[in-house]
Design a protein around this ligand. Structure first.
Ligand code: HEC
Length: 710
């Protein structure tokens, strides 16, 4: 993309301000508790996702520093067996590194040598991939009581023997035939393991469930949105609060569409208050008119909810986006920390959710500790009302309120920040947010019809169908960007940014060596100075690292470990990925000072476009375009322009063969690999129209290539 300043320093005065703040903290004797107080169990290890119970994604290890980073090299690497997106943060327990991968597999390696200790494959049926909106990803495992826990895409919560990988127990957390999925990591709270689920785009009702660590017996379940009033109470921990608070905030027939509110990522145990904080997702469908007659706050959508760790009973909530209508989840990672606000030490939860405002919440009562400010440009709300704590929503953003305008939101459904972990460094007092600046269209869909198991958004915006031409595509790419936003949670302001091209960048690790680490979609894994964002080091990992790294120490050496493997929603659907990143299978990459391992040479294969010989009639092509957008785009990319993770159909070897095409598209010839047959949804004529449309997209792409080569 065009020339963009790679490094954009916003606030030179901040360093001074920070030093003053630190001096003040020290004077009040609270400097030592700025680190997440919630059990830094083992400063050398990384026993839980995020490094410690506060999930700060900060390691105090300081052997690798800004002064010696050029000596950082690969210590070892391990090949994985899939090229789908890798989103997990590894954990390290007793010298063994455990990591989950796409398709919910788990690997254990000697953390020093890289020797594989065991491997577990839950053999998730490929067809289940159809229910995963945003890749067949898995964001990590938890360990307790000699066991390692993983949530499988098909709803199994599986306890494995940490030494052997043998299955100890399995709990089925939902009926695998329903369009729920698990991509999030389980979390441990004392003797319980807690797991959520995803699927709100398809029409489900969100909940979290706690199971006994030893036996797998269900302890409690908390629903995040009310069910069908005619069905009566659920007999679960959420019953009382559903009746008192949640149900009165819903109208219409939301229960027919599930209501949404899935807890697909953030779950964090808050030891200080013996409570579990969950981040609740978007509404189902997105359209607020269809979902709730355009009335009510729709609790607990887009909220952080605190639950009693023993009983699962409701304690408090803070709703970030009442009447959620933009896919503004509050599922983004939650960091617990003790920070000083106006000289007072406060126990806070911090979150940078999709809606673009930064929240610092008092964990004792769920109230705002500082007034949220945007960390990206925001056009859906003017700010947060300090009296009510509610966003002041712009009228034009209320897209389902009876106007038929197309509202182009900034940020949109990908979120100003999504699941990619942010990091909080107690050394700098800054939160490092992997930020996305992009647009997304929303327009009411008057003729909406609900289909369980398909995407049900109620959003008919033409904006998201994707650019039709190469020029439009370039324009679209030029309108988006990503950055590392270094944000001061106390002063609620951006201190500096590292500006990136395009979107699709990874989660962040901060370390005691004044460093932050982040992966890039093009395969680079880079380190920056935590104090000012200066880029210091890069390694070509060959496949984009979107997951966040971990850091641990063994025998006096500090290691940094990260999964490489481009994918996720941006890698599947996004019209904004610059080049389709052809890449090898995912890998676990582990670095240390003076590491000497190297990756084998990789030459991306060149796969030509494969248009059919004959040009297709335009009536069929336009029929195919509509069907493609409705059924295929969410996996194969807008305008048949794949971002590289799921095959680019314009290059498919079977694009010229109507018979082979029909075999795959209608009869499920590749269903074990995640490509279900659409025979129940599409006719033979439909499948053929899609083939002809994709064929013309291939012809157009080939013509552009020929033109560029001239
Ligand atoms: C839920 C995601 C998803 C959806 C939706 C989807 N596909 Fe696929 N498709 C896949 C995956 C994954 C593969 C790769 C399977 C493999 O590894 O062989 C694939 C492969 C294919 C292939 C074979 C490509 C090749 O040559 O390797 C064709 C053709 C295809 N899809 C057509 C379609 C059409 C047409 C639609 C819409 C009607 C569609 N797909 C919708 C996930 C999807």
């Amino acid at each position: 993309m065009g020339i963009r300043k790679k490094f954009d320093r916003l606030g030179a005065a901040s360093t001074y301000g920070r030093r003053v703040a630190f001096a003040l903290l020290a004077a009040f004797g609270v400097a030592s508790c700025t680190r997440a107080s919630t059990e830094q169990a083992d400063s050398a290890g990384w026993p839980v996702i995020g490094g410690a119970y506060g999930e700060t994604f900060y390691s105090p290890l300081d052997q690798i520093t800004e002064a010696n980073i050029e000596r950082l090299g690969l210590a070892w690497y391990a090949d994985l067996d899939t090229d789908r997106g890798q989103e997990a943060n590894p954990i390290v327990v007793d010298g063994v590194i455990y990591v989950s991968t796409a398709w919910s597999k788990v690997y254990a390696y000697d953390a020093k040598t890289g020797e594989q200790v065991w491997r577990f494959d839950p053999e998730v049926p490929g067809e289940k991939g159809f229910d995963a909106c945003c890749d067949v990803a898995n964001r990590g495992v938890a360990a307790a009581g000699g066991k390692v826990f993983v949530g499988a895409l098909d709803g199994r919560l599986i306890a494995l023997d940490a030494k052997t990988g043998a299955v100890v127990w399995t709990a089925q957390t939902f009926d695998p035939k329903t369009p729920y999925t698990i991509t999030g990591a389980p979390r441990i709270a004392k003797d319980k393991v807690i797991i959520g689920n995803g699927g709100a785009e398809y029409g489900v009702r969100g909940y979290v469930t706690a199971y006994d660590v030893e036996t797998g017996e269900k302890a409690w379940r908390f629903y995040t949105v009310p069910g069908d009033p005619a069905a009566g109470p659920d007999g679960e921990a959420s019953d009382a609060v559903m009746k008192e608070k949640a149900a009165p905030s819903w109208f219409g027939e939301w229960y027919k569409y599930g209501g949404g509110g899935t807890v697909w990522d953030a779950i964090v145990y808050d030891k200080d208050f013996d409570q579990i904080l969950i981040g609740v997702g978007n509404g189902s469908p997105w359209n607020y008119r269809i979902r709730s007659d355009g009335k009510g706050d729709n609790l607990f959508l887009s909220s952080i909810v605190a639950l009693d760790a023993d009983s699962g009973a409701y304690k408090w909530h803070y709703q970030e986006t009442p009447a959620e209508s933009w896919d503004f989840t509050a599922t983004q990672p939650i960091i617990l920390a003790d920070i000083a606000i106006d000289g007072e030490p406060r126990k806070v939860a911090m979150q940078a959710p999709k809606n673009g405002f930064f929240y610092v919440i008092d964990r004792s009562n769920g109230e705002l500790a500082t007034l949220p400010q945007p960390f990206v440009s925001v056009n859906w709300a003017r700010g947060i009302d300090p009296k009510t704590g509610r966003p002041i929503v712009n009228e034009e953003a209320k897209w389902s309120a009876g106007n038929d305008e197309n509202f182009v939101a900034r940020p949109g459904a990908y979120g100003a920040h999504s699941w990619h972990p942010m990091a909080y460094s107690p050394d700098t007092g800054l939160v490092y947010i992997p930020t996305q600046d992009h647009m997304f269209g929303y327009q009411d869909e008057p003729g909406f019809r609900y289909h369980l198991g398909d995407w049900n958004l109620g959003n008919a915006s033409p904006t998201n169908v994707g650019p039709a031409s190469v020029e439009e595509r370039q324009q679209a790419i030029d309108t988006v960007s990503a950055s590392i936003t270094a944000f001061d949670p106390v002063e609620q302001r951006t201190v500096w940014r590292v500006q990136h091209d395009g979107i699709g960048y990874g989660g962040i690790l901060a370390t005691g060596g004044n460093l932050i680490f982040q992966g890039e979609p093009n395969g680079m894994f880079s380190a920056y100075k935590a104090s000012d964002g200066k880029k210091l080091w890069s390694f070509d990992g060959q496949s984009g690292a979107i997951a966040a790294a971990a850091s641990y120490e063994i025998d006096g050496e500090q290691y940094v470990a990260v999964l490489a493997g481009f994918g996720g929603v941006v890698g599947i659907f996004s019209p904004y990925v610059k080049d389709p990143y052809v890449r090898p299978n995912g890998r676990l990459l582990v670095f240390k000072l003076d590491g000497t391992a190297s990756l084998p040479h990789y030459e991306p294969p060149v796969v030509p476009f494969n248009p059919p010989a004959e040009e297709a009639p335009s009536s069929q092509v336009s029929l195919g375009a509509g069907l493609y957008a409705g059924h295929c785009m969410r996996c194969h990319g807008a305008s048949a322009w794949s971002a590289g993770v799921i095959p680019d159909l314009r290059r498919s070897a079977i694009l010229s063969s109507p018979e082979a095409w029909e075999q795959v598209v209608l009869h499920g010839g590749l269903s074990a690999q995640g490509m279900v047959g659409f025979g129940d949804k599409l006719s033979q004529e439909d499948a053929e129209a899609i083939r002809l449309y994709v064929g013309e997209q291939a012809r157009a792409a080939e013509a552009v290539l020929a033109h560029t080569a001239e």
